[in-house]
Design a binder for this molecule. Structure first.
Ligand SMILES: [Zn+2]
Length: 494
C-alpha cells in the first residue's frame, strides 16, 4: 500500500567518503594498494603501537585540495587535525585522526544536473540544481573486520588493518535534497568530479567511495525537521537511491499510522530490498573530539591554493556546456561525452582527426564505439581504437571512401584487432571507388555491351535504370560509389 506522499516532504543530507589516490597512507609510509595479503601493509603508526608518531603525507593534502576545488569549495589556510574517540576492533588506536571544528575546506555551492525518473528509471527533463556543501575534511580510514572466507569464522573475528590510515576526504552536504534521484545524481556528479581531477578512483566496488544518507520526512509546510535516520551499507549509488526510497515510504507509513520514529542507523539489505536497524557501533555519539597533539595545524599558503587552482583541468560541467556551444551538441549528447574525462578527451581528439566533423564523430562514438567499449568493459582512454583513428574512420566515410554500413564493420574489426582504419579497409578491399574517370569507363562499357536495353530505356522503359546501376556495380565488384554511379548513368543514358 502506497501512502499519500503528496502531503509529505523528504529531506536528505549526504556524506561521502572518498579515498584519496595516494600511493601511501596519510600518516605513515605504508602502501595503500588494494587486494594485498591482509595486514601486509602495516607499521607501528597505523597499528597504533605506543610511541609511534604520525607524519602528514603532503600528497593527501594536494589531492584533498583538488577534490575541494572540483566541488566548488573554499580551502582554509589553517585547519586542525582532531582525535575522534571511539572503541572498535578495527581501530587499534582507540581514536581516528580526523578534523572537526576547523576543517580543511568548507562552504561550497555545487551546481549539478538532476532529473526526475519514470517507472522504468528513465530520466526526463534534466535541470540544474544547486547543492550547498558544508565541508570537506581530511581523515584516516579505519581497518576492516572480516567475517567471511576465513577458518572458523563462527568462533573468531578477524581484522585486516591494510585500510587503517588510508587517506579519506569526507564530504558533507546541507540537507538540500528532496528526492532519492537528486541524491543519486549528486553522488554520481561527485564521483565523476573526483575521478576527473585525479583526486580519487571513486570506485564503490573497491570501497574507495562510500556514502551515507541522512533521511527524514515532514508534513509540507512544517519548518522543523523530522526525526532523522542514518542509512549505511550503501554499496552502490543505485542501492543508495533504493534505500532512500524505501526509507521515505517507511517513515511516512509509520507516521501516518500514528507511530513514532527512532533516531537510529539503518542498513540497506539489498537481498530483502529493505532497511533494518543496525546494532549501534557506539552507544552514544559522543566522540570527545580534541585537537590531535601529535600533529601541528595543517597550514597551506595562498600560493599553494592558487597553484592547485591553476593546475585544475576544465571541469565536467563547463566542458559539457562548451561541447554544446562549440560543437552544436544537445545536452544529453554532451553529458554522455563528458561522462569521464578520458571520453571527453577522446571525443575532442577524434573531432580534430576527422577534420572537424563534430556531430558525425559524436554519433559514431555514441552509437558504435561506446557499445563496444561497454561490452568489453574498457575505458575510452584504453580503447583499442585510438582517437585519431576514430577520426580517420569518420573522415573516410565523409569523403565517400567507404559507406556508413561498411564503416560499422570496419569499426568492429578495428576494435577487435587493434588494426588501423586504412589497413582494415584495404585488407577487406572495401575502398569505395569515387573516381569519376574509372566509373565513367565502367558505365561506357556497360552501355556498349547492352544495346538492346539502351534502346528500350531511351524508348521510355525507365525501370531499366536499375538494371544499368546493377551492371556497373557488378563490373566494379561492388566498390563503385553508388551515388556517383547514379549520377553518371543519368548523364550518359540521356
Ligand atoms: Zn603504516
Amino acid at each position: 500500500m502506497k501512502p499519500e506522499t503528496d502531503s509529505w516532504e523528504t529531506i536528505i543530507g549526504l556524506e561521502v567518503h572518498a579515498q584519496l589516490s595516494t600511493e601511501s597512507k596519510i600518516f605513515c609510509g605504508c602502501a595503500t594498494r588494494f587486494g594485498d595479503e591482509p595486514n601486509a601493509n602495516t607499521c607501528p603508526v597505523c597499528l597504533g603501537l605506543p610511541g609511534a608518531l604520525p607524519v602528514l603525507n603532503w600528497r593527501a593534502v594536494e589531492l584533498g585540495a583538488r577534490a575541494a576545488l572540483a566541488l566548488g569549495l573554499q580551502i582554509n589556510e589553517r585547519s586542525i587535525f582532531a582525535r575522534k574517540n571511539y572503541f572498535y576492533p578495527d581501530l587499534p588506536k582507540g581514536y581516528q585522526i580526523s578534523q572537526y571544528d576547523q576543517p580543511f575546506s568548507a562552504h561550497g555551492t555545487l551546481e549539478i544536473m538532476t532529473a526526475a525518473r519514470d517507472e522504468a528509471g528513465h530520466a526526463h527533463e534534466w535541470k540544474p540544481m544547486t547543492i550547498r556543501i558544508t565541508r570537506l575534511h581530511l581523515e584516516e580510514d579505519a581497518g576492516k573486520n572480516v567475517h567471511e572466507g576465513l577458518p572458523e569464522v563462527d568462533r573468531y573475528s578477524y581484522v585486516d588493518l591494510n585500510r587503517a590510515g588510508v587517506p579519506l576526504a569526507e564530504i558533507v552536504t546541507e540537507p538540500d535534497f528532496r528526492s532519492s534521484w537528486e541524491a543519486y545524481d549528486y553522488v554520481n556528479h561527485v564521483r565523476r568530479a573526483l575521478q576527473w581531477v585525479g583526486a580519487s578512483d571513486a570506485d564503490m566496488e573497491k570501497g574507495n567511495l562510500r556514502c551515507e544518507a541522512n533521511v527524514s520526512v515532514r508534513r509540507k509546510g512544517d519548518t522543523s525537521l523530522g526525526t532523522k535516520v542514518e542509512l549505511k551499507n550503501l554499496n552502490s549509488v543505485r542501492f543508495m537511491q533504493k534505500a532512500i526510497e524505501f526509507e521515505v515510504q517507511r517513515q511516512i507509513q509509520t507516521l501516518e499510522a500514528g507511530g513514532r520514529l527512532t533516531q537510529e542507523t539503518r542498513l540497506w539489505d539489498e537481498r530483502l530490498s529493505e532497511t533494518r536497524p543496525m546494532r549501534s557501533k557506539e552507544e552514544a555519539h559522543d566522540y570527545r573530539y580534541f585537537p590531535e597533539p601529535d600533529l601541528p595545524p595543517l597550514v597551506v599558503t595562498k600560493n599553494f591554493i592558487e597553484q592547485a587552482r591553476d593546475s585544475m583541468p576544465e571541469l565536467p560541467g563547463p566542458r559539457a556546456r562548451r561541447f554544446g556551444e562549440k560543437y552544436g551538441l544537445s545536452y544529453a549528447d554532451a553529458a554522455q561525452l563528458t561522462a569521464s574525462r578520458s571520453l571527453a578527451d577522446y571525443f575532442e581528439e577524434a573531432v580534430r582527426a576527422s577534420d572537424g566533423n563534430a556531430r558525425g564523430t559524436a554519433n559514431w562514438i555514441r552509437s558504435e564505439l561506446l557499445r563496444e567499449l561497454e561490452n568489453a568493459g574498457i575505458d575510452a582512454g584504453k580503447s583499442p581504437i585510438p582517437a585519431n583513428e576514430m577520426g580517420a574512420l569518420v573522415k573516410m566515410i565523409d569523403a565517400g571512401k567507404i559507406s556508413g554500413k561498411q564503416g560499422k564493420e570496419v569499426l568492429v574489426e578495428m576494435f577487435a584487432t587493434g588494426k588501423l582504419a586504412g589497413a582494415v579497409v584495404e585488407e577487406r578491399g572495401l575502398v569505395q571507388v569515387s573516381d569519376t574517370g574509372e566509373i565513367d569507363r565502367a558505365v561506357d562499357e556497360v552501355i556498349a555491351a547492352n544495346p538492346k536495353q539502351l534502346e528500350q530505356y531511351r524508348a521510355g522503359k525507365e525501370a531499366l535504370f536499375g538494371f544499368f546501376v546493377g551492371q556497373v556495380m557488378k563490373a566494379s565488384k561492388g566498390k563503385a560509389n553508388p551515388k556517383i554511379v547514379n549520377e553518371r548513368l543519368r548523364e550518359k543514358l540521356k
